[in-house]
Design a protein around this ligand. Structure first.
Ligand code: SIN
Length: 542
C-alpha cells in the first residue's frame, strides 16, 4: 500500500528562553538541577522495551566536579548489541507497516514533551553531565532537539515528488524504510544530536540500535525516557551503553546492517567505513553511511572588518561550550593592520569571561568533558607554551583540582603550516596567523589547503566584493559558511549543518537531504488496460 502523507508547512523554531534573573524558567531549571543531580539513576540498556541492567557498572561523573557521581550505566558490548539487533529486527515489519502519519504523531508528541515537561530535565542533565551553561543547554537540549523532531516531520512530508502518470497508467513512488537496522552512534557534545540520530531514521520507518557516548549517558537516559513517554514502540529504538568498538563490530558484521548515522571523531568514522568495506559481501543491502565528524574551522578577517565584531565572533566561536563543538572557531587569519587592536580587545574580553561550575549562571565556560580531553589539551598547551614560534596571547593554563578546567587560550603562531592550524584540538584553544595585508590573496589559498577538514568557516568583512570573492575561493573549504558571524550555532531549518572532506558525508542533519538517506524508494506502475497483442503498429504491412 502506498503511504502518501499530506505535505505539511514548516514549523517555527522553538523560542530560546532567556533564564534571566527572576524568570520562571530560571527557577524551574534550578529546581531541575537539584532533582536531576540527586537522582543518580541506574541507567539501563533498552532492548525490545525491556530495561536491562547487565554488564559491569560504570560511573557517570560530572566534568566540573569529577568526584560527583551522576549515575551508573552498564558495559553492554557486543553481546548486548546482538540482542538489540534481534529486538530491532523483530519490531521492523510492524514499524515499516505503520502509516507515516502515525509515526509522525509519535515524534511530534516527543517534541511537545521536550518543549514542555522534559525541557528542564534535559537542560539540567546536559549542564551536569556535559558541562554546558544554561544558555548552551537551552539552545541544544531544548530548542535544537525540539526543532529536529518537528522539522523532520515536515521535511519528510515534502520528500515525495510523484512522477507523471501518462493516460492509461498510474505511477507512484513509495518511500520504504531500509531493509535491516540502522546503527546510531551519538557524541557527548550535543543532546539534540543524540536525539536526532536515532529518531530521524525511526521517523522514516527504520528500526535502530542506538549507542550513546559514555560521557553523555545521563542526558541519553532522559532522552530514552522521552522516546518511551512519546510512545515509540518497543524495539524501534534500542539503547546499548558501553564500549563503542565492540558494539560497532557486532553491528557492522551483521548481514542486516543497513545504515550508520554517526557524529563523532574522524578516526572512528573512518574505522566504520573500513569495517563496512571488509564486510561488504555479507550485507543484504549496501549500508548507508552518514557521518558528521571533525573540523578545523576558520575565521578570516578582511582589513575592513570591525574589530569589536571580530573579537566577539572569535571569543564566542572559540570558547562557548569550551570549544567542544565540531563547528568551533579554532584558526583565525587576521591582517597585520588589525592585529594590535584585535589582540588588546581579545585579552580584555577573555579576562572578563567567567570560567567555572555551570551551576553558577554567571559562567560562560565550564569544564572540558573528561580527563582524556583535559590531558590532550594540557599536552598541547605545554607544547605551545614552550614553542619559540608561538606567542601566548592569553590563557595557556589549566586546573584539575575540582573539575577538568582548561583556560580559554589564544596563541599567535608564526608558521601557518604549524600542526595547530590543521589538527583538531576540540577544546578552548584558538590559533591566530597574522598575514600581511598585501598577502590577502595567498591567504585564501592557505585557508583552503591547510586543513583536511571542511566543516565551518567565517569571513568578516565590510567589503562586499571581497565577501563574494572569499565565498567563491573557499567554496569547498566549509559546508557551513558564515559572513560577518561566528562559525557556530547553526539552527535547524535555517542553516542545515554538515561538511565534506574529512568532516563527513555532508548529509545535512535536520534537512530533507538527510531524511532521504533513510529511505529506499520503490516505483510502482499500474496499467489500467493492459495490451493483448505482442506486435506494434509499425510492424504491420502497409
Ligand atoms: C556541532 O554539531 O558540533 C555544532 C553545530 C553548530 O554549532 O552549528
Amino acid at each position: 500500500m502506498l503511504d502518501l502523507p499530506a505535505p505539511r508547512a514548516l514549523p517555527s523554531n522553538e523560542p530560546t528562553l532567556s533564564y534571566a534573573p527572576g524568570s520562571p524558567e530560571r527557577a524551574a531549571l534550578k529546581e531541575a538541577l537539584v532533582a536531576v543531580g540527586a537522582e543518580v539513576p541506574d541507567i539501563p540498556h533498552i532492548v525490545g522495551g525491556l530495561h536491562l541492567r547487565e554488564g559491569a557498572p560504570r560511573e557517570v561523573r560530572s566534568p566540573q566536579r569529577h568526584q560527583r557521581v551522576l549515575g551508573v550505566f552498564h558495559e553492554g558490548g557486543g553481546a548486548m548489541a546482538e540482542r538489540a539487533i534481534g529486538a530491532a529486527l523483530a519490531a521492523a515489519p510492524a514499524w515499516a507497516e505503520t502509516p507515516f502519519d502515525e509515526r509522525a504523531r509519535i515524534f511530534l508528541r516527543a517534541a511537545e514533551l521536550a518543549a514542555g515537561p522534559f525541557r528542564q530535565v534535559l537542560n539540567a542533565a546536559t549542564m551536569l553531565g556535559q558541562g554546558k551553561t544554561a544558555h548552551q543547554a537551552e539552545i541544544d537540549s531544548a530548542c535544537e532537539l525540539v526543532d529536529f523532531l518537528r522539522f523532520n516531520v515536515a521535511f519528510a512530508t515534502q520528500l515525495i515528488s510523484q512522477p507523471l502518470s501518462a493516460p492509461g497508467a498510474f505511477n507512484a513512488v513509495e518511500l520504504r524504510p531500509l531493509e535491516g537496522f540502522v546503527l546510531a552512534v551519538t557524541p557527548f557534545n550535543f543532546t539534540a544530536i543524540a536525539g536526532n540520530l536515532p529518531s530521524a531514521p525511526a521517523l522514516m520507518g527504520n528500526v535502530v540500535v542506538w549507542k550513546p557516548a559514555e560521557t553523555q549517558s545521563l542526558a541519553a537516559y532522559h532522552l530514552a525516557r522521552l522516546f518511551e513517554a512519546a510512545g515509540v514502540p518497543p524495539g524501534v529504538i534500542n539503547v546499548v551503553h558501553g564500549d563503542g568498538p565492540s558494539v560497532g563490530d557486532a553491528c557492522t558484521r551483521h548481514p542486516e546492517f543497513a545504515g550508520l548515522h554517526f557524529t563523532g571523531s574522524t578516526r572512528v568514522f573512518q574505522s566504520f567505513y573500513r569495517a563496512v568495506g571488509d564486510n561488504i559481501a555479507r550485507y543484504r543491502t549496501y549500508p548507508r553511511l552518514v557521518g558528521e565528524t571533525g573540523g578545523k574551522d576558520f575565521v578570516l578577517a578582511h582589513p575592513s572588518a570591525d574589530v569589536d565584531e571580530l573579537a566577539v565572533a572569535l571569543v564566542r566561536g572559540a570558547f562557548e561550550f569550551q570549544g567542544q563543538k565540531c563547528s568551533a572557531a579554532s584558526r583565525a587569519y587576521v591582517p597585520r593592520s588589525l592585529w594590535a587592536r584585535l589582540r588588546a580587545r581579545l585579552v580584555e574580553l577573555v579576562a572578563e569571561l567567567v570560567v567555572g561550575d555551570v551551576e553558577d549562571f554567571r559562567v560562560l565556560m565550564g569544564a572540558v568533558i573528561d580527563e582524556r580531553a583535559y590531558a590532550r589539551l594540557i599536552t598541547w598547551q605545554a607544547r605551545m607554551n614552550s614553542d619559540a614560534g608561538a606567542e601566548r596571547v592569553t590563557g595557556g593554563g589549566a586546573s584539575r583540582e575540582t573539575g577538568w578546567f582548561v583556560e580559554p587560550t589564544i596563541y599567535r603562531v608564526d608558521d601557518p603550516g604549524h600542526s595547530i592550524f590543521h589538527e583538531e584540538l576540540f577544546g578552548p584553544v584558538l590559533a591566530v596567523f597574522v598575514y600581511e595585508d598585501a598577502s590577502l590573496d595567498e591567504t585564501l589559498d592557505l585557508i583552503d589547503r591547510t586543513s583536511p577538514y571542511a566543516l565551518t568557516g567565517a569571513v568578516l568583512s565590510r567589503d562586499r566584493a571581497f565577501v563574494a570573492e572569499a565565498a567563491r575561493r573557499l567554496r569547498n573549504a566549509a559546508g557551513n559558511f558564515y559572513v560577518n558571524d561566528k562559525p557556530t550555532g547553526a539552527v535547524v531549518g535555517q542553516q542545515p549543518f554538515g561538511g565534506a572532506r574529512a568532516s563527513g558525508t555532508n548529509d545535512k542533519a535536520g534537512s530533507a537531504l538527510n531524511l532521504l538517506r533513510w529511505v529506499s524508494p520503490r516505483t510502482v506502475k499500474e496499467t489500467w488496460v493492459p495490451p493483448r497483442e505482442v506486435g506494434y503498429p509499425s510492424m504491420r504491412e502497409a
